[in-house]
Design a protein around this ligand. Structure first.
Ligand code: ZN
Length: 428
């Protein structure tokens, strides 16, 4: 179940991308006044775009553009051709509205099926889909991919975790699709119900929609005795199914770049970075009809790795996303990503994978309070544990929290529906 494009020779792939980029620009120029105005202003015509090297001549699209063009200013087809509309929730203001033609839904299903196949899911498997169904693209995206791959989908959606555990047991679910924090919650609930989650038949956890560090992955894999596979996508591009890890290497996510063209740019200047350097991921759709998107600034920080992968796929791999540019915490002038803190603390023995970060302002000073849950089986004293956490944070991030609270197992609130929230900024 692997499409031939996945292991296409790089030169042939570039040629294909170039043709598709030209067609996409032509389509956007002819049908989206927003893009036509920008290209006209820059003096660029679709004829100027003949290969992927020309991509830097194109304007960038931002999330503000989605808001300004709300609801349908970026649509490129007649209303009669639209078969689905989703929306991604904005924390402020209007959501971003995205639409799909029948062919777009097909494309989505195919690239999502690739992602699941890369994860080791096989036709005939039972896939329990615990992503939320609805306007959010996670639920229906994984659903279509699982159907396209030829699996039996169990559309549990999110929540109702006790029932989910029973279903997983009764239906012998082979794969669980959900956020990484939900995978842990699922395991915890199963344990409370008297199950050993390691005895369930789930062998693949296809997770996404939240950042997940390596120590967090290890925790998920150990608790459920399953392979944890990271998935990446965003509604503005299509939804989940833009990139996924392969089970063979579990080392970076293959971007399905015959359909979604990636660049990495300096987040401040927008200029491309050197190969292998970290920067902001920028994506261009190459085959979409209803909503072609040119050079979308995802806000996600990553690096691209063009080395050959042991799985045989030739498609470039993106690193696990360090964080969204929006997630960056500036605390007393120090730049920190929550994922960096997670990486350090979860490596400490005796710490459970549950934490929260609270930021306050005292006078003109930023104050950070870090609350971490102890592991059930912790045998060390809280004092030595606290010292170790402080020392490690200082050594790795040159930073220690003002307050460090180690709390009993089960104290920190769990997220059963939606994305986990770990940072609470009370400064404004
Ligand atoms: Zn691979």
């Amino acid at each position: 179940m692997r499409s031939s494009n996945e292991s296409l020779d790089r030169a042939a792939l570039r040629e294909l991308q170039g043709e598709r980029l030209h067609e996409t620009v032509e389509h956007a120029y002819e049908n989206v006044p927003f893009y036509r105005a920008q290209l006209d202003e820059m003096g660029v015509t679709p004829e100027d775009i003949q290969s992927v090297d020309d991509v830097t001549k194109l304007p960038m699209t931002t999330k503000e553009d989605f808001r300004d063009e709300y609801p349908d200013g970026l649509f490129a087809v007649d209303d009669s051709e639209i078969r689905r509309i989703h929306a991604s929730s904005g924390t402020t203001g209007k959501p971003k509205i995205v639409s799909y033609t029948a062919d777009d839904l097909d494309l989505w299903g195919r690239t999502m099926a690739r992602s699941l196949a890369a994860a080791g899911v096989e036709p005939g498997d039972v896939v329990q889909n615990a992503y939320g169904y609805g306007l959010f693209t996670g639920g229906l995206g994984f659903h279509q991919g699982a159907e396209e791959l030829g699996t039996a989908v169990v559309p549990t959606s999110s929540g109702g975790t006790q029932r989910q555990v029973e279903l997983a047991d009764d239906l012998d679910s082979d794969a669980l699709a959900c956020t990484p924090s939900y995978a842990l919650y699922f395991a915890e609930t199963a344990e409370e119900m008297g199950y050993d989650p390691r005895d369930l038949s789930i062998s693949v956890i296809a997770y996404g929609a939240e950042t997940c560090t390596e120590p967090m992955r290890e925790e998920i894999e150990e608790r459920l005795d399953a392979t944890g596979i990271n998935n990446y996508g965003l509604s503005e591009i299509i939804g989940p199914g833009v990139a996924a890890e392969c089970a063979e290497a579990q080392d970076g996510l293959h971007i399905w770049e015959d359909n979604y063209y990636p660049e990495v740019v300096n987040p401040r200047t927008g200029e491309p970075v050197e190969e292998g350097e970290e920067g902001e991921l920028v994506l261009t759709t190459l085959t979409k009809e209803a909503l072609p998107v040119l050079r979308y600034r995802t806000g996600d920080l990553t690096t691209l790795n063009y080395d050959e992968c042991e799985c045989g796929r030739t498609m470039v791999r993106m690193d696990n996303v360090t964080g969204r540019a929006d997630d960056l915490l500036v605390v007393r002038g120090v730049n920190l990503y929550p994922s960096e803190i997670e990486h350090v603390i979860l490596d400490v023995d005796g710490v459970a994978p549950h934490y929260r970060i609270d930021l306050h302002r005292e006078g003109s000073l930023d104050v950070m309070e870090l609350t971490i849950e102890l592991d059930e089986a912790v045998e060390r004293s809280a004092g030595t544990l606290e010292d170790e956490i402080r020392t490690r944070l200082q050594n790795v991030l040159s930073f220690t929290p003002d307050e460090l609270d180690l709390v009993q197992p089960g104290t920190i609130e769990r997220t059963e529906v939606g994305k986990v929230r770990r940072v609470y900024d009370h400064r404004n």
